[in-house]
Design a protein around this ligand. Structure first.
Ligand code: NAP
Length: 277
């Protein structure tokens, strides 16, 4: 039996075990996927321990997506671009780090909405790890991307870290006066902040009055399934998408990285939705 798992802290909320386990069952794969709570000072032991025990791979979640880098022998181009790893593959003598968050984001919109991001103008709200992965994937599709964030400095750092894309990427302060002049151009708004989750349920990361009906609004939060931002956007007449698809498709892309096969995405969607309800 193959062994896999997800490492993070906290980890109890992770939906990865139910998603992967449902897909293993559906395709008859003999594999076990478990959640592992790991303390920061035990991260290297956890990675090397999994390698020693013959694990096929791991997923890495908050807060270790960057901290894990020193323990890997190589990075894929996707992980190198964002200096972040959410998927590890063990081979006999190598520990390879990969990032499927950006690919997962793109694939979800393509699958659920038939949306093609190529050349679109996108506003990203947030400048954390998820924002970076999503932005890098969008820039690879020749999008024009604006970044806005509560802490402007962090948005500037994100732009600096992806500066090889030049003028395709710009920072805008997170206030209505600064955002209004660019909103007409914006075709897609993506919330990558945690605003709208349990601790600030009912809040929106930017004023809904900035939105217009022609825009696609994506919130990568998946719990709750419909954040206040998505509710407001729907009322305005925007197309909306939540974060369930990104969660599922980053897992689909992990299978492709581990085994070169595509798992049944619909089974994974069902497993996530059943857990959330
Ligand atoms: P992160 O690196 O900690 O970044 C958090 C971001 O949220 C920062 O831009 C932060 O702004 C902003 N923020 C937090 N609290 C805020 C507040 N009260 N007001 C305004 N801005 C606030 O986290 P992350 O890893 O990027 O994850 C962000 C979100 O994406 C989480 O909700 C996570 O669940 C979700 N996510 C979903 C998927 C998926 O598969 N669907 C994948 C990854 C992440 P500052 O810089 O000002 O602090």
């Amino acid at each position: 039996m193959e062994l896999l798992g997800v490492i993070g802290n906290p980890i109890g909320h992770s939906l990865s075990p139910v998603m992967h386990s449902a897909a293993f069952k559906a395709v008859g794969r003999s594999a076990l996927y478990l959640p592992f709570l790991v303390e920061a000072d035990q991260l290297s032991q956890a990675i090397y321990g999994a390698q020693a025990l013959g694990f096929t791979g791991l997923n890495i979640t908050v807060p270790y997506k960057e901290k894990v880098l020193p323990y890997l022998t190589e990075l894929t181009d996707e992980a190198e671009a964002v200096q972040s790893v959410n998927t590890i593959k063990f081979t006999e003598d190598r520990i390879i780090g990969h990032s499927t968050d950006g690919e997962g984001f793109m694939a979800a919109a393509e699958y659920e909405l038939g949306y093609d991001f190529r050349g679109k103008t996108v506003l990203i709200v947030g400048a954390g790890g998820a924002a970076k992965a999503v932005t890098a994937a969008l820039l690879n599709k020749q999008c024009q991307v604006y970044i806005t964030n509560r802490t402007l400095e962090r948005a500037e750092q994100l732009v600096h870290s992806l500066n090889r894309f030049g003028t395709q990427l710009e920072v805008v302060p997170l206030n209505s006066a600064a955002l209004e002049p660019v909103m007409d151009e914006i075709e897609v708004v993506v919330n990558t902040t945690s605003v709208g989750m349990a601790q600030n349920l009912g809040q929106t990361p930017l004023a809904p009055s900035l939105l217009a009906p022609h825009q696609l609004v994506i919130d990568i939060i998946y719990n709750p399934e419909k954040t206040q931002l998505l509710k407001a956007a729907e009322q305005i007449g925007c197309r909306v998408q939540n974060g369930v698809g990104m969660l599922v498709w980053q897992a689909v892309k992990a299978w492709e990285f581990w085994w070169g096969i595509t798992p049944p995405a619909e089974i994974m969607y069902q497993a996530v939705k059943a857990s959330l309800s």
